[in-house]
Ligand binder design. Structure first.
Ligand code: ZN
Length: 51
């Protein structure tokens, strides 16, 4: 767990398309920053936005 990679980025909710800042875990799970329950729409799946 010492490898430093990108730990934050912008992602988009798969359900509603909302863009939000996320934290990227070591398992590449995307966790919305400041919203541990996921997107306000109820979605919990996110995909990274393009660079
Ligand atoms: Zn959503």
């Amino acid at each position: 767990m010492t490898v430093q990679q990108r730990t934050r980025g912008a992602a988009q909710c798969v359900d509603c398309g909302r863009a939000m800042a996320v934290r990227i875990t070591s398992e590449e799970t995307l966790l919305p920053i400041g919203s541990t329950d996921g997107c306000p729409c109820g979605g919990t799946e996110f995909r990274m936005l393009g660079e």
